[in-house]
Design a protein. Structure first.
Lengths: 178, 785
C-alpha cells in the first residue's frame, strides 16, 4: 500500500480550471465538474471560515456572496463562479478593523457557538447592501434561511439591527468586502 | 484575613474593568468566530489526511450473514476497510460521567448485527470522500432480516424480536427481558394512601417527541497516528478526558496512548455528551492504515445518531380541596433506541426531576427504559427534565382550574423550597436547596406578563385568533456533587493557572465550551480572584496530555463546579502573589491584598503592581508563579426558572405564534448577564420547537428515519422566534457557588414547552397532551377536522 497518503485522487480527465476573484484577489484552481463552491473554498483554498452544515441548502452556515448576492455555497457549483467575485467571512474584516456587523455580533452577544456566524454575516451584508434601511423585523424575516440553534435569534437580530443604525450613520451599505 | 477585596461581588453596571463579576464583557472567543478564524474540528487539516465513509444498514434489524470487501479494497485510493471481523469483540460503554463499573456496555466498534436503519456495517478510509463513498458502495453484504420493533409498545409486546441478547453493566452480564434495559423505581410515602386523602384526582397520558439536538456543526473526528504508536485526536466532544477513557476502553489500549485535543464546539446540547460509535471507528481506521483520518458525518448521519428520548408518560395527581398536593404517580415508557447509551441515566434523572418539583408526601415513579430498532437517543439539554415537566406543569394548571385556585398561587403553595431535599441527579444524589428565588420570579413574572388577563382570555371563544397566556416552572441541578466520594456519577474538575512575566495569567482547564461562554465565565472568575481584568486571563486551548481531569460539560455544572475549582486554584495563586508582594514590599503577608492589578498594603498607600511582582519574580529567579487545584464537588445548587408566554392560535390554520415571553430565572449571582441571557433565549427557542414542531419520525413499516435533514426536520427560524423577550433575575446569592453563582443551561430549556402547552390550553380550552402541538392537532382539538 502507498504509505504517503495523497490528500486527493489527483487530476482526472474531467477536471476543469476555475478562475475567479476571492475576497478581492484573483485565484485559479482545478476543480471537479460536480464540485460545489463550498468545497472549492474549504477544501481547495483552505478558506475554512465558510462552514458546511448540511450540504443540502437547509441551514445557511455556508452562505457566501457571489457578485454581491448571498448564496448557499454548498448548492452553488464551483464552475458557475467562473469570472465572478466571491466574498467570504475571511475578507470581511479582522480583529483590528472588524466590519460593523462583526463588531456588533461580538459585543451584543450575537455569537454563541459561532458556527452560523460566518453565514449570518455574509447574508446580513447582502441584506444591508440591498436595503440599507432594513430594520430588525425585516432582518428576522429575511434571515430565515440561516439557522441558529443557540441564540433564539434574540441577540442575533438585535445586534445586526443595531449595526445597521451605525452603518447608516457612516454611509455604509454593508459592502465590507466586495 | 484580607480576602474581602476579592470576595466582594461587584455590580454589573460599573465601567470599572477590574469589576469582573456581573459585567457585560464580550466573550474572548467571539471575535475569532466572527472573523472565521476559529478552527472547529472540521477545519483541522493534516497533510495526507484520509476521509472515512461508513456503510450503514438499510434494515432496522438484520444479521450480517456474509460481507465481501474485496472489490472495495482493490479500488485505487482505498487505504483501509474494517468490518466486525476487524473490531474488538468486547462491548464498550459510551457515557462520560459514569464510572466504568456502573456503565451499560452494549456497543461493539462494528456489530455483527444491525439494530436500526443506519447502524454501522463497515467503514472505509480512502484518499478522498468520493473514493471512500464509491468503495462503501462496492462492499457486498448478505443480510438475514429479523423482525423489528419500531416503537416502545411493539418492543415490549409478547413475541417481539430480541434486540440485545445481553448487556454488560461494568463486568456483570445481564439479559434484558422483553427489550427492557432497566426499570427505574423511586418513591416516597404510600401513593395509595395519598390518593385516598385526595379530593381531586386527575390522570393523563402524555407523549413527548424524539427531538433532535441539531447543533449547526456535525460530528467530526480527526485521528492522527503518531510514529510512537500514540493517537492524536480532535473530536466534537463535550469531554476530552471522558472521550480518552471510553475510546481507550473500546479499543483495548492504555489511556496514555491517546491524546484528545480540546476544541470549541459548534453547538452540542447533549449530542456530544457521550462517545458515539464514530470515534472508535475513526481510531481503528487510523491504526489500521497508519495514516491520519477524518470522519465527517453528513447531516443525515448526525441527525440519526442522537436525539432526546421520546417517552409516553402517564401522570396521576391527587390534590386536596385547599390546593395541597398529596399524591403523585408517574409511569414513563422511555425509548432509548437501538442502544443503551444514557437511557437508564436519563430515566433515573427523570424520576428525580419528577419528585423534586413539588412537596408531595406520597410519590411514586416507575420508568421503563426500552430498546427499539430505531436510532439511539442521547442526552439533550434537560436530560429527562422536559419529559417530566410537561405532564407535571400541565397538571398544575388543570388542577388549579378545577379547584378555582390561581395557577401561580397553586405553585407557590406546593413548590419545593429552601431547606427541602431534592434529587439532583437520579436517586443517589440528594441535596438540600439552599438559595431559592422561586417566589420572586413567579410573582414578578406574573406582574410582567399581565397574568390577570388569563381568566378573561379563557372565556374568549369568538374570532379567528384566540390568545392565551401560560406558565411553565422548572428547576435543574447545577452539577452532580455529593458528600459521598464513592458515587455512581463522577463529578470533579481541575485547573492550573500560571502568571506570565507581564502580569497576565494563563488558565488551563479541560472543560469544553460548546458555545455557551462557560470558559469566558472562568476568565471572569479567575480575574476577579486575582485582581486582574478578564481580558488579562488567557484561557489555553489544551489537551488530555497537559490538562487536569474534568468530567464533562453537562448537568449545568460548568460555572458552579469547574468554575469553583478554577476559583480555588486562583485563590492559591492569589496567596502566592501576596507572599511575593510582601517580600518585595518588606511587609507581613497578612497586610497585603490584591485588587485593581496591584498588591496593596492595608492602611497605607504602598503597593506593587502584579506585573511588577511577576517581573521581579523572573529577575530574581523565584520560579514560575503557578497554582493548581483539582477536587470533587460535594454539593449541588438548584437553579430555578419560570416562563410566562403569550401565544396566538389561528383557529383556521391551527398555527401557533409565540407573541411574548417573560422569563424569570434564579441563577444565583450572575457572572456575565449577556451570556446568561443568551442561555435563556436559546433554551426557550429549543423548548418552543419541542412544543410546536420538532419530531424525528421513523417509518413504521421500513424503520427508516423520514426527516433527518433541515428541509424536513424543522427547528425555529428567525421568522418563528419570539423576540419580545423579557429576561429578569431573582436577587439570590448561592453561598456554595463561585461568587454566588449557580447554573442556568438546562432549566433555561426545561420550562418552555410546559408554558406553551398551558398557554395554548388557555387560548383554546383544551390541554393537548401529545407533543409537538402541530397545526393538525390544534384543529383536531378544536373539532374542526
Amino acid at each position: 500500500m502507498n504509505r504517503t497518503g495523497p490528500a486527493d485522487t489527483g487530476r482526472g480527465a474531467n477536471d476543469r480550471l476555475l478562475t475567479l476573484v476571492v475576497n478581492g484577489d484573483p485565484v485559479s484552481l482545478v476543480v471537479k465538474p460536480y464540485e460545489s463552491l463550498n468545497s472549492a473554498l474549504r477544501d481547495r483554498l483552505n478558506l475554512t471560515g465558510t462552514k458546511r452544515g448540511c450540504d443540502a441548502g437547509g441551514c445557511g452556515t455556508c452562505t457566501v456572496r457571489v457578485d454581491g448576492q448571498a448564496v448557499y455555497s454548498c448548492m452553488y457549483p464551483a464552475l458557475r463562479a467562473e469570472g465572478r467575485s466571491v466574498a467570504t467571512v475571511e475578507g470581511l474584516g479582522d480583529a483590528g478593523r472588524p466590519h460593523p456587523l462583526q463588531a456588533a455580533l461580538v459585543e451584543g452577544g450575537g455569537v454563541q457557538c459561532g458556527y452560523c456566524t460566518p453565514g449570518v454575516l455574509m447574508a446580513g451584508c447582502a441584506l444591508y447592501a440591498d436595503d440599507p434601511d432594513i430594520d430588525a423585523d425585516g432582518l428576522a424575516e429575511e434571515l430565515a434561511g440561516n439557522l441558529c440553534r443557540c441564540t433564539g435569534y434574540v441577540k442575533l437580530i438585535e445586534a445586526l439591527a443595531g449595526a445597521g443604525e451605525q452603518m447608516r450613520g457612516n454611509g455604509m451599505r454593508g459592502n465590507g468586502n466586495d | 484575613m484580607t480576602d474581602t477585596v476579592a470576595e466582594s461581588p461587584a455590580v454589573g453596571t460599573t465601567s470599572d474593568p477590574f469589576a469582573n463579576i456581573g459585567r457585560r464583557v464580550p466573550k474572548f472567543d467571539a471575535i475569532h468566530k466572527a472573523t472565521g478564524r476559529l478552527k472547529f474540528v472540521g477545519d483541522v487539516r493534516i497533510a495526507g489526511m484520509l476521509d472515512i465513509k461508513i456503510l450503514r444498514s438499510p434494515h432496522p434489524h438484520a444479521e450480517i450473514v456474509s460481507i465481501d470487501t474485496s472489490r472495495a479494497e482493490a479500488m485505487p485510493g482505498v487505504k483501509a476497510v474494517i468490518t466486525h471481523r476487524d473490531a474488538p469483540a468486547r462491548p464498550y460503554g459510551r457515557e462520560f460521567a459514569l464510572p466504568p463499573e456502573y456503565m451499560p456496555r452494549d456497543n461493539f466498534v462494528i456489530p455483527d448485527k444491525a439494530r436500526y436503519v443506519g447502524d454501522v456495517v463497515a467503514a472505509v478510509a480512502a484518499t478522498s470522500v468520493d473514493v471512500a463513498a464509491r468503495a462503501v458502495a462496492a462492499i457486498e453484504v448478505e443480510y438475514r432480516k429479523l423482525p423489528a420493533a419500531l416503537n416502545a409498545s411493539a418492543a415490549v409486546a409478547p413475541g417481539a424480536a430480541t434486540i440485545h441478547d445481553a448487556v454488560h453493566w461494568g463486568e456483570e452480564r445481564e439479559v434484558p427481558r422483553r427489550n427492557v434495559l432497566r426499570t427505574v423505581e423511586m418513591g416516597v410515602g404510600d401513593v395509595a394512601a395519598g390518593f385516598a386523602e385526595a379530593d381531586v384526582i386527575i390522570e393523563n397520558t402524555f407523549t413527548v417527541p424524539k427531538q433532535q439536538q441539531s447543533p449547526m456543526e456535525r460530528r467530526c473526528i480527526v485521528v492522527d497516528p503518531r510514529p510512537d504508536g500514540r493517537l492524536d485526536v480532535w473530536c466534537t466532544t463535550q469531554s476530552i478526558h471522558g472521550l480518552r477513557h471510553n475510546l481507550a476502553r473500546a479499543l483495548g489500549i492504555p489511556y496514555s496512548r491517546i491524546n484528545v485535543h480540546q476544541s470549541f464546539l459548534g453547538g452540542a446540547f447533549g449530542a456530544r455528551l457521550d462517545m458515539n460509535v464514530d470515534e472508535p471507528i475513526a481510531a481503528l481506521l487510523a491504526m489500521k492504515s497508519g495514516l491520519p483520518v477524518r470522519l465527517q458525518l453528513t447531516r443525515e448521519e448526525d441527525m440519526m445518531s442522537t436525539s432526546r428520548h421520546p417517552a409516553t408518560v402517564r401522570l396521576r395527581s391527587g390534590m386536596k380541596r385547599d390546593g395541597t398536593l398529596v399524591a403523585h404517580e408517574m409511569e414513563a415508557h422511555v425509548d432509548t433506541g437501538a442502544y443503551a447509551c444514557s437511557g437508564e441515566w436519563v430515566t433515573k434523572c427523570m424520576g428525580g426531576w419528577f419528585m423534586s418539583m413539588y412537596r408531595v408526601p406520597h410519590q411514586k415513579f416507575t420508568g421503563h427504559v426500552i430498546y427499539t430498532n430505531t436510532p439511539p437517543a442521547a442526552g439533550f439539554r434537560g436530560f429527562g427534565n422536559p419529559q417530566a415537566n410537561v405532564p407535571i406543569e400541565s397538571h398544575m394548571d388543570i388542577l388549579a382550574d378545577r379547584l378555582g385556585i390561581d395557577p401561580v398561587e397553586l405553585r407557590l403553595r406546593n413548590y419545593i423550597r429552601a431547606g427541602d431535599a431534592y434529587f439532583a441527579q437520579g436517586p443517589n444524589v440528594v441535596d438540600h436547596i439552599k438559595s431559592c428565588g422561586v417566589e420572586e420570579i413567579l410573582t414578578s413574572g406574573a406582574r410582567r406578563i399581565g397574568w390577570e388577563r388569563r381568566a378573561e382570555l379563557a372565556r374568549q371563544k369568538e374570532g379567528r385568533i384566540l390568545k392565551g397566556i401560560g406558565l411553565g416552572r422548572a428547576f435543574h441541578t447545577s452539577g452532580c456533587g455529593q458528600a459521598n466520594e464513592v458515587s455512581d456519577i463522577l463529578e470533579y474538575a481541575g485547573s492550573t493557572i500560571k502568571i506570565n512575566e507581564d502580569g497576565t495569567a494563563n488558565l488551563t482547564t479541560a472543560l469544553v465550551d460548546m458555545g455557551t461562554g462557560n470558559l469566558m465565565g472562568h476568565a471572569q472568575i479567575v480575574a476577579e480572584t486575582l485582581g486582574l481584568r478578564a481580558e488579562d486571563v488567557i484561557v489555553n486551548v489544551t489537551d488530555t496530555d497537559s490538562s487536569p481531569y474534568d468530567v464533562v460539560t453537562h448537568a449545568s455544572r460548568s460555572t458552579y463546579v469547574s468554575g469553583m475549582v478554577a476559583k480555588l486554584a486562583a485563590e492559591k495563586l492569589r496567596d502566592k502573589l501576596r507572599e511575593l508582594a510582601a517580600r518585595i514590599l518588606e511587609v507581613a503577608v497578612e497586610d497585603v491584598a490584591l485588587a485593581h492589578g496591584h498588591a496593596r498594603v492595608h492602611g497605607t498607600d504602598r503597593s506593587v503592581s502584579i506585573e511588577e511582582i511577576a517581573r521581579t519574580a523572573q529577575m530574581r529567579q523565584w520560579g514560575t508563579i503557578m497554582a493548581e487545584e483539582s477536587r470533587r464537588a460535594v454539593t449541588t445548587a438548584s437553579h430555578f426558572t419560570c416562563k410566562f408566554v403569550e401565544v396566538s392560535v389561528d383557529t383556521e390554520t391551527g398555527h401557533i405564534t409565540v407573541d411574548r415571553v417573560v422569563a424569570g430565572s434564579d441563577v444565583g449571582n450572575v457572572i456575565n448577564p449577556v451570556l446568561v441571557e443568551g442561555q435563556i433565549h436559546g433554551g426557550a427557542a429549543q423548548a418552543f420547537g419541542y412544543a410546536l414542531m420538532e419530531e424525528i419520525q421513523v417509518d413504521q413499516d421500513t424503520g427508516r428515519t423520514l426527516n433527518p435533514d433541515f428541509l424536513n426536520y424543522k427547528i425555529l427560524t428567525s421568522r418563528d422566534a419570539c423576540r419580545d423577550f423579557d429576561v429578569f433575575f431573582a436577587d439570590t446569592y448561592e453561598d456554595t457557588g463561585p461568587f454566588g453563582a449557580k447554573g442556568i443551561g438546562e432549566s433555561a430549556n426545561n420550562d418552555g414547552a410546559s408554558a406553551i402547552v398551558n398557554a395554548v390550553a388557555n387560548a383554546i380550552g383544551v390541554h393537548i397532551t401529545d407533543l409537538p402541538i402541530t397545526p393538525e392537532k390544534v384543529l383536531r382539538a378544536l373539532g374542526t377536522i
